[in-house]
Design a protein around this ligand. Structure first.
Ligand SMILES: NC(=O)c1ccc[n+]([C@@H]2O[C@H](COP(=O)([O-])OP(=O)(O)OC[C@H]3O[C@@H](n4cnc5c(N)ncnc54)[C@H](OP(=O)(O)O)[C@@H]3O)[C@@H](O)[C@H]2O)c1
Length: 323
């Protein structure tokens, strides 16, 4: 009998990489839909890249042919340049339709906590819409709803640490009493893989065992890396202006108005018992030397990409030979 084929969007990136790391030892064949070529693979040729090309749905469906489970991590963190959230919604809808056309047996989709709680925030609104689209599609589905993810390759928490290392104080938007319940990327991947192994339609929050107020969260990171700084509470527009100024310095979007609104509305805290096991405080202790030493740029990672190995493809999507 042939091995089960699972396909992951983004197996060379952040959450998708950990899903691949957990699937490979199970003996499944793992392929990835990505903009990245084998040169960016942390798995050598054990994970074959295929083009993440939403402009060619038949080719996308052909890439998914024979897959048992599709793990979808594709999304955009914010609208930037000519990339809009509506593009990410449309592209994910194309992916769901391609999975249906290809006869994929199970679709595990990575969403966000409380997607239906913030219809005015495009990130959450788009995620809510896609959950509904997937549920209505008739595909067998598992939906993972992470809070804020930390771990190997982390951007967000690393950059809070970077700010703590580089500035004499930290500006806290508002009263700093809104919550954050970070979840380790390995826990998110474990929950995704568990959902991939069943056939029941299920939705699971992925939230860590520790919940902090934002004040506590920044203080915990500061204490963990040995950079305790005064927390200065400022109005949201001032906090955004500070973030923008830092953004100019590092050529990135540090945090934007909508992300802050989601955070301050307690949307990255789960109402359910924690499903994650790895504690942020312990992880910080284990990574205190390296956390925040260099800034991690979301724009460099996902928006200012060097040309893709698939750029020459028009309508055909040949499978690259592993080197
Ligand atoms: N990170 C968090 O704290 C967090 C929290 C809650 C929910 N989530 C959800 O978890 C999922 C994975 O997030 P992640 O942080 O692990 O993302 P990621 O690995 O950086 O990216 C996931 C996938 O989306 C693609 N992608 C990202 N930005 C893109 C852009 N600007 N244009 C085109 N493609 C883009 C990546 O393409 P490549 O394969 O080419 O890299 C990859 O396939 C997402 O659905 C996200 O909404 C994340």
């Amino acid at each position: 009998m042939s091995e089960q084929l699972d396909i992951i969007t983004g197996a060379f990136s952040y959450t998708g990489r950990e899903i691949a790391r957990q699937l490979l030892p199970t003996g499944h064949t793992v392929k990835t839909l990505t903009r990245r070529g084998l040169s960016e693979s942390p798995f050598g040729d054990r994970v074959q890249p295929l083009p993440l090309n939403f402009e060619d749905p038949p080719a996308l469906a052909a890439s998914l042919e024979g897959a048992h489970t599709l793990y979808n991590t594709y999304w955009v963190r914010f609208a930037h340049g000519d990339v809009e959230f509506s593009d990410a919604v449309r592209n994910t809808t194309v992916l769901i339709e391609a999975a249906l056309a290809a006869g994929v047996r199970r679709f595990v989709h990575v969403s966000i906590t409380k997607p239906h709680s913030a219809p005015s925030l495009p990130y959450f609104k788009g995620k809510a819409l896609l959950e509904e689209t997937l549920i209505a599609s008739g595909l067998s589905y598992g939906i993972v709803r992470p809070t804020v993810v930390f771990g190997r390759g982390d951007v967000f928490i690393n950059n809070v640490a970077w700010i703590l290392r580089h500035f004499p104080f930290v500006g806290i938007p508002g009263d700093g009493q809104y919550g954050i319940q970070p979840v380790h990327v390995d826990d998110v991947a474990r929950i995704a893989v568990e959902l991939g192994a069943t056939s029941e339609n299920l939705i699971r929050d992925a939230a860590g065992p520790e919940t902090f107020t934002w004040d506590e969260f920044v203080a915990v990171i500061g204490a963990g890396i040995g950079c305790v700084r005064p927390l200065v509470h400022v109005p949201v527009p001032v906090a955004l202006a500070m973030a923008k100024a830092i953004g100019v310095l590092v050529h990135d979007v540090v945090v934007n108005r909508q992300e802050l609104a989601g955070l301050m509305a307690n949307l990255v805290v789960s109402d359910l018992p924690p499903s994650g096991e790895i504690r942020l405080t312990e992880w910080i202790r284990d990574h205190a030397e390296t956390l925040g030493q260099t800034y991690s740029s979301e724009l460099n990672r996902n928006f200012r990409r060097p040309s893709s190995p698939w750029d020459d493809l028009t309508h055909s999507t040949p499978t690259p030979k592993p080197s």
